[in-house]
Each structure stands twice: as structure tokens, then as C-alpha cells.
Write a protein that binds this ligand. Sequence first.
Ligand code: NAD
Ligand code: IPM
Ligand code: MN
Length: 353
Amino acid sequence: MTKHSIAVIPGDGIGHEVTPAALEVLDAVGAAHGIEFSRTPLDWSCETYLREGAMMPDDGLERLRGHDAVLLGAVGFPGVPDHVSLWGLLIPIRRAFRQYVNLRPVRVFDGIDSPLRDARGIDMVVVRENSEGEYSEIGGRMNRGFPDEMAVQQAVFTRTGVTRVVDYAFTLAGQRRGRVTSATKSNGIVHTLPFWDELVAERAASFPGVEWEQEHIDALAAKLVLRPGHFDVIVGSNLFGDILSDLAAAVGGSIGIAPSANLNPEREFPSMFEPVHGSAPDIVGRGIANPIGAIWSAAMMLDHLGHPEAGRQVVAAIADVLANSDVRTPDLGGTTSTGAFTEELIRRLKNAG
Ligand code: NAD
Ligand code: IPM
Ligand code: MN
């Protein structure tokens, strides 16, 4: 029996609907593979903030640190400004634990309709820089309420920060179809992205087996729609990677299926696994949230924890339900509830094992 300690933060909104689904799947696959999860449930959320004035306790990061991984649902809800909830919980975890790679795979499963006419061959991974870039803490708001009111934020690109995420992307491409596309905007932004481009070119020289190209973010957004099958690994800054990952997820059929892994590749600290989507206040409480993003994120966690076969079986079970039944949530055109979808997936997972 292998044991792992997992911190579980359902967070806000549909985080409370999709995280239990992911946990049920983990228990089912764990039982078959001799993996036991000891879970620490943490109710850190916007509700906690409204009650106690903080998204997580002062020693929150310390309490997470001893775990093998963090499983998170979603953070943010109407009633608490996003900059308060996100800078109070999600972003500090990504940064304190040096989770500088945000890995966001996209596939079109058989049985899912992509909104695109030609969705053949979509199988890509967005490697998003997750600790600096446009999401910097340098800046501020000034002269509130006056005509010269303004807001300033400095984008921060460091040699260390760019190099490590670019190396990760090239290494990953070397294990996949061997192509890296770097998202840039060096034609319009004078300082930061030309530096990003230089560092990408410099690192590319160490990966002669990997083809690479750079695309301006605006043109890349268009190509993702027109020729999605072309892309293998896309590497981008924090903001570009954020936008591209929702776009790529939608191209794959629904933002509800997209998973993500916030990785500390050196494994000095726990990594965090969470769906790409947010708390979806518009559908909360109706039992119709698509749990695939959360379940696939849990599969990425299994892979990270050294159980790739268990992770592969979970993704295969997702593919099986979608390809061989009409069981799916309304975002994918079905009528199935979150719970019934999860039940069907677990039934197929057990049958396959
Ligand atoms: P969102 O992802 O919550 O929702 C966008 C749209 O997608 C909505 O129509 C929603 O119903 C739909 N959707 C999302 N997930 C779905 C699922 N699993 N199944 C079916 N439909 C789904 O994005 P938003 O509306 O921009 O943000 C809502 C809140 O979530 C905000 O507070 C935002 O800051 C936060 N947020 C958090 C994270 C995170 O925790 N990583 C990510 C994105 C947004
Ligand atoms: C995501 C989210 C977050 C981000 C927000 C909620 C801060 O959109 O995880 O993609 O931009 O990183
Ligand atoms: Mn996002």
C-alpha cells in the first residue's frame, strides 16, 4: 500500500461539486492500485473570508507544506472582490511553492463536438509560466476618485523564470510530437517579450531534436481556431498562457473538461492540481457542473505522484464514457448530473480494471 497525504481545498462555487467527484474517482482507482490517500479537508474560501477576514489562516502555507499534493476546486465568488480572493489563496500557493509550470493539456475526446468544423488531431499542451510575468506584485493604484486616477503594473520577466519554464516546454515536446510554439508579442512590446524571445532561442539550441517557432499572440489565437491540430506544446507567459488555455479548452469542446497541474518540478514543495475553470456562479447548486476538469486534474496528480498507470486509466475512463455513451453534462449537450456522470465513470473504471 502506497500512502499519500493530500490537502483538499474545494474553495468556492462549483468547486464543492467537482472536487468530491474527483475524490470519489481517486478512491476507486486507488483501491485498485494499492494507493491510499489521507486527506486534509480545508474549508478556505470566500465564505471563510467573509466570516474571518482572511481566505486562509496566517499559517495556511505552513499547513499545506507537509502534504504530497494539493487538490483545489475553484477560488472566487461574487461578494468578495477577485483580487482579494485570488491574491489571498490561489496565487500565494502557486508562488510560495514555486509552482512555476502550469501544465494544461487539451484533447478532443471522441464523442465530443468541438465548436470547430475541423477539430481533427487536437492534442496539445499549454505550458504556462506561473510565477511572474504580467501577474507581478509591482504596481499600484493612485489618485482614486480624481480625474488623473491611474493604475500601473509592471510585468516581470527574469532570466531564471523564463529559462526554467522554456526548458520544461522543450523537454516535454521532446517526449511528445517534438514541436514548441512560443507565444510572444515582440512586435508591439518593447522590453519584455523581445527578452523572452531571446531566451527561447537560446534554450532551443540545447534541444536540437525539437522544432520550434514563435507566433505573435494575436495571430496565434487565430491559428488555434483555424489550425488547432498543428500545435503540440505551446509555451507562454502567465497572462498569454491563461488566455490561450481557456481558448484551447473551448476548442476542445468545453472549458469544463480542461485540467491543470501547477507543478514544482524540483519537488521541493507540493504541487497543486485544479481544473482550469472557475467557480461558475451562474450554474452553482444545480448539480450540472462538468466534473471532467477536476477528475482529469486528479489523474495528473496520480501521474505526478508516481502512478502513471492509474492516471492513464482515469483518462481512459473519461474517454470511454464520452465515446461509448450519451452520459454527459449539459455543457457538452447532455442531461446528466455531476453525480451520475461520476458514477458512470467509476463503473467503467472498475470494469476496465
Ligand atoms: P468560470 O470558469 O467560473 O465560468 C465561465 C463559464 O464557464 C460559465 O458560464 C460557467 O458556467 C462555465 N463553466 C465553468 N466551469 C464549468 C464546468 N465545470 N461545467 C460546466 N460549465 C462550466 O469563469 P468566470 O465566470 O470568469 O469566473 C467566476 C469566478 O471564478 C471568478 O471569481 C473568477 O475569478 C474565478 N476563477 C477562479 C479560477 C481558479 O480558481 N483557478 C479560474 C477561473 C476563474
Ligand atoms: C486560472 C485563473 C486564474 C489565473 C485567476 C482566477 C487568477 O483564471 O487559473 O486560469 O489567471 O491564473
Ligand atoms: Mn484562467
